[in-house]
Design a protein around this ligand. Structure first.
Ligand code: KIV
Ligand code: ZN
Length: 391
């Protein structure tokens, strides 16, 4: 029987931060790392230490302050990368080296001008070398999404023998379908000797908008780690969004898969990352977008006012959003207007509401959104002829 705990491996500070425009300085990285630790992530990928002195310093400083999570540094399957990562991680309570190499035919031929056998040799050598520094070694088979399953299984078997504790199966180009990615994980679980000694990890990119679906397919099929970023930031169309996979698992308890994330901190963490990186989030972004819990059509608003669950599958408070928003537009109905008027202090009679609604539609047709100050003005007009009760 497999454990039902899914480890959350956050790579906001590595795969996320490598995006142009998302660059952070060490102080900003330390603030985010502290928040990720508080959020309850299991692993923080802090950077790629050999890539620059700045990144080396950030990984070192993060290693010193993180209290609970493992701190991880990325390397290529290159001795010097691994040595430098081990040095940067030396203060970490739980250090992890993340090393690996491309395994698809395209990577083997065009990136390395090499052969499948030589790539296995390099992978094994890298893992064994990393193991001489730390106990926890994660191996990534870059472009595993487009790697033939039989060869991928051989790579996995060889690196487990060399001591890898986690096997990262990246869909580097975001190409896989959820069924295909899930089947890949299942194939590895069923065909790799020694697989019970290692954790399979999903690392999905979002080029076709399927990173979350692929990661969920991965854990349903036996992976027990998801690599993700806050707000889904990352190369090209981004990585799997942490907030999405965590809430998918929470909202579907029959899957019997749990994470250790304190979901009430998701929204604030999203704001911290978008503000630090200067990378805004689209309003319709799942979980943390400005409209994720906003209702604007009259039919939906009427339902939500009667009972939130008519149009919401999760409680906004569970992700740290104080409440659902009823946005007033020309598509809103009387129920929404009465609701918002009450929120700002007015109890309208039926007749007053009819008059207010007519005035409201006139304003709404001219503006994208009717705000509280517009409602105050409408009610001030009505108060001239009939007294409006305080709510
Ligand atoms: O997408 C990818 O393959 C990666 C690896 C370096 C882990 O980010
Ligand atoms: Zn990646």
């Amino acid at each position: 029987m497999q454990d039902n705990k899914v480890q959350i491996f956050d790579t906001t500070l590595r795969d996320g931060e490598q995006v142009p425009g998302c660059k952070l300085d060490t102080t900003q990285k330390l603030i985010i790392a502290e928040r990720l630790d508080l959020l309850g992530v299991n692993v923080i990928e802090a950077g790629f230490p050999v890539s620059s002195p700045g990144d080396f310093n950030s990984v070192t400083q993060i290693s010193k302050i993180v209290k609970n999570a493992s701190v991880c540094g990325l390397t290529r399957a290159v001795e010097n990368d691994i040595k430098v990562a081990a040095e940067a991680l030396k203060f970490a309570k739980h250090p992890r080296i993340h090393t690996g190499i491309g395994t698809s035919d395209s990577h083997i031929q065009f990136k390395f001008n090499s052969t499948r056998e030589k790539v296995i040799e390099r992978a094994v050598k890298a893992v064994a070398y990393a193991k001489s520094f730390v106990e926890d070694v994660e191996f990534y088979a870059e472009d595993a999404g487009r790697t033939d399953n039989e060869y991928l299984a051989r790579v996995c078997e060889a690196v487990i023998k060399a001591g890898a504790t986690v096997l990262n199966i990246p869909d580097t180009t975001g190409y896989c379908l959820p069924e295909e990615y899930g089947a890949k994980i299942k194939y590895l679980r069923e065909n790799v000797k020694g697989i019970e000694k290692a954790t399979l990890s999903c690392h999905c990119h979002n080029d076709l908008g399927m990173a979350t679906a692929n990661s969920i397919a991965g854990v349903i099929n036996g992976a027990r780690q998801i690599e993700c970023t806050i707000n889904g930031i990352g190369e090209r169309a981004g990585n799997t969004a942490l907030e999405e996979v965590v809430m998918v698992l929470k909202q579907h308890p029959y899957l019997n898969l749990e994470t250790s994330i304190n979901t009430k901190l998701l929204y604030d963490t999203s704001i911290l990352v978008r503000e630090s990186m200067g990378m805004p989030v689209q309003p319709n972004k799942a979980i943390v977008g400005a409209n994720a819990f906003a209702h604007s059509s009259g039919i939906h608003q009427d339902g939500v006012i009667k009972n939130r669950e008519t149009y919401e599958i999760m409680d906004p408070e569970d992700v740290g959003v104080t409440e659902s928003a009823i946005v007033l537009t020309a598509r809103s109905g009387r129920a929404a207007l009465a609701y918002r008027a009450k929120k700002i202090g007015y109890e309208l009679t039926k007749v007053q509401l009819d008059i207010a609604y007519e005035a409201f539609l006139n304003v709404a047709d001219k503006q994208k959104e009717v705000k509280d100050n517009d409602i105050h003005a409408i009610i001030k007009e009505i108060s001239k002829t009939s007294e409006v009760a305080k709510a």
